[in-house]
Design a protein around this ligand. Sequence first.
Ligand code: ADP
Ligand code: ZN
Length: 433
Amino acid sequence: MPDRREELEKAGRREIEKLQLDRLRSSLGRAARSPFYRELFASNSFRPGDLVSLSDLGRLPFTVKQDLRDSYPDRMLACPPREVVRMHSSSGTTGTATVVYHTAGDIDRWTGLVVRCLVMAGATADDVFQNMMGYGFFTGGLGLHYGAERLGMMVIPAGGGNTHRQIELFRDFGTTVIHVTPSYALHVSDVFREMGLGPEDFKIKKIIFGAEPYSEGTRSKLEEAYRAQAFNCYGLSEMNGPGVAFECRRSEGMHVWEDSYIVEIIDPASGEALPAGETGEVVFTTLTREAMPLIRYRTRDLAKIYPETACPCGRNFTRISRITGRSDDMLIVKGINLFPSQIEHVLMKTPGVGTNYLIVLDRFENLDRLTVRVEIAPGAFHGDAEEMRRLQALIKHSLREEIMVQAEVELLEPGALPPSQGKAKRVLDKRDV
Ligand code: ADP
Ligand code: ZN
């Protein structure tokens, strides 16, 4: 019996596009079962049956994160509730949480995509896989876990943190493949070096990096620190999670699994399609999801498509570049998403705080550090240092409650920060991404 996975991976462009069109038709049909898309299609006088070619998809408006929030908890659900076997939710730090539902079939197909990624990285059942990503709602944990198990690797569900234990696990169980965020990998390598250990003490051969942007420089540094080959893994919970796009051994761009997703790159300002080679916002349409199809979902991630489709690895699936940034101003600090506006919100409601502030991000001991430099209100300082310490502690506490990240707070005298010359620059990101 031919291996379905291998056969699919060798598919040519025409074959891929034909499959996409078939699947898009049924995906739109399924989407129409959810209250959200039923209304959206009706207000655009669109019937899923009208779709003749893939380009007809452009007739539909984009779906944005706010639509998911507004649909909380289940207006995007497109199947009977009893068919749902799992939900994932965003951390909920940025307003109302978003929910993504999965049927058993959805989990099965997602797992299949993750297996493809792992096979592409050269992993086999002989490998020992240490999953150093957080479990729980975060899709990096369970997503990779299921795929790694299906491939037959021994999975160590280590989760994030607990660095000494992670290093002990590397040694005691002969870990050969790890899945980790680049920033945490840097920290772990610092710690093992401090312990007098080096890559020669481990068997790690492959590292799967995901969940946050990072530079080529960081990648090289990490490949050296672990003496292992790195693979970039991209995904987002709205599109299941990790395994939407993954690097082949050519290490130039990530193949998007186009039998499961349609990828578009658009100009974030105008919404117009951009040609291959130009950087813009990545937009995805799910092709096989049952519980919660998403049509033209704007990821806010910026990347470009490589014009050349035939890859020396034998695959014809479109490759996207690494994610170079976000089209909005969302910050990812220690893996938690936050917006400058949330910080502003805390500052501005605190009496004694001025109007000018700057959010500084850098790395300290290879971990993200967030410092909020804020001017006190004119006249708020009465020569009492204790009062200032109280204000500082109050801001720190409120920030922690609002953004769930520990922040350093520096109080400055009024006028200490450069005033805005038009569009205020509120964020100074000194992390090397
Ligand atoms: P959210 O709730 O933040 O949308 P996810 O946990 O689903 O969260 O995270 C998805 C986001 O993480 C992506 O939209 C992207 O910004 C970032 N991300 C994931 N993988 C990568 C990667 N390999 N490179 C850069 N950024 C990534
Ligand atoms: Zn390739």
